[in-house]
Ligand binder design. Structure first.
Ligand SMILES: [Zn+2]
Length: 312
């Protein structure tokens, strides 16, 4: 059995897939028991060479045009729908896959800007989000995603396929108390790259007027933001308590993997991780994140008694 070739094993598996085990055993002159043993071996071999699947993690950011409206005063204004001269729309987007160097972006053409037509760039942004397993950005839960959803439904684009989300603004608010939660402020505090100056409101006005230079400046500003977002995310990542579980995306084996980064390089500590009714060994990943072992550190009798004591 040990020197049977991978090719033969593969052949047995394929044959069984088409004709079933009875015929296969007959055809190859094997007992059913032996055939089953070969099939198990073939499965193991296939799992071993299966490439590790990594998740598609997308960092992205959009820039939008302001709502243009007639106002009577600068102080405490209620702007009624009739006062809106033209509604907001998307000017540009930029995105990159985590750890990859290439930055992708799209921006309105001067003609599209004048027509306030963001259908084309809404679609190109959609292609990326639709492909992503996890999306990352600053204030994407409160801004970018609802904004994009609006432009997608207005432009008759379907909802993208499901994704998990990490909003660095939400995480910053949840875990820290920076004096400002703006991306460039947090970046400065964490010693990461700083945001490029967009050139003030003039750039937005230029975009609305269809000025090519202003549109390109907007795109460049948008692209620069992406690197900053990635760096801030990497600093915050070990602090995120309910990060989408990265271990789900690796189909290798049953080893422990870090929930936050997917690494297998984790160490077990003697500090305990307590939940209401159970106790686990604490683990720390090379990325800094804290997790817990999957298996309880308590004997079954203790777990049962805890459960019963609380259930009453
Ligand atoms: Zn980790």
């Amino acid at each position: 059995m040990s020197n049977i070739s991978a090719e033969t094993l593969k052949n047995y598996t394929n044959y069984v897939g088409i004709y079933g085990k009875q015929k296969a055993a007959l055809n190859f002159g094997l007992s059913l028991e032996t055939l089953n043993r070969y099939l198990r071996k073939a499965r193991k071999l296939e799992e071993g060479i299966k490439k590790v699947d990594k998740p598609n993690i997308l960092i992205f950011d959009i820039e939008t045009a302001p709502v243009q409206a007639y106002v009577w005063s600068l102080w405490k204004q209620n702007v009624y729908i009739d006062q809106i001269e033209s509604d907001w729309f998307m000017l540009s987007w930029s995105a990159k896959w985590l750890f990859e160097s290439e930055i992708y972006s799209d921006v309105l053409t001067p003609k599209e800007a004048l027509n306030e037509n963001d259908a084309r760039i809404s679609q190109s942004m959609w292609e990326f989000i639709d492909h992503a397993d996890i999306i990352i950005g600053h204030n994407i839960a409160g801004f970018d995603i609802p904004k994009l959803n609006t432009r997608w439904i207005v432009n008759n684009i379907k909802p993208p396929s499901p994704y998990q989300m990490v909003d660095t603004l939400k995480e910053a608010k949840k875990n820290f108390m920076f004096s400002s939660n703006k991306l460039d402020f947090i970046a400065r505090m964490l010693g990461t790259e700083q945001k490029m100056d967009a050139g003030g409101f003039e750039t937005w006005i230029g975009c609305l007027k269809g000025d090519q230079k202003a549109l390109l400046k907007m795109e460049e500003y948008n692209r620069k933001d992406i690197n900053v977002t990635e760096e801030v995310y990497m600093k915050i990542r070990p602090w995120i308590k309910s990060h989408p579980n990265m271990a789900l995306y690796y189909q290798d084996d049953m080893d422990h993997r870090c929930r936050n980064c997917g690494s297998k390089n984790i160490t077990f500590s003697d500090k305990m991780y307590d939940t209401g009714l159970n106790r686990f060994t604490t683990v720390r990943c090379e990325c800094g994140a804290i997790g817990r072992a999957r298996v309880s550190a308590l004997p079954k009798a203790k777990r049962d008694s805890l459960f019963q004591a609380c259930a009453r």
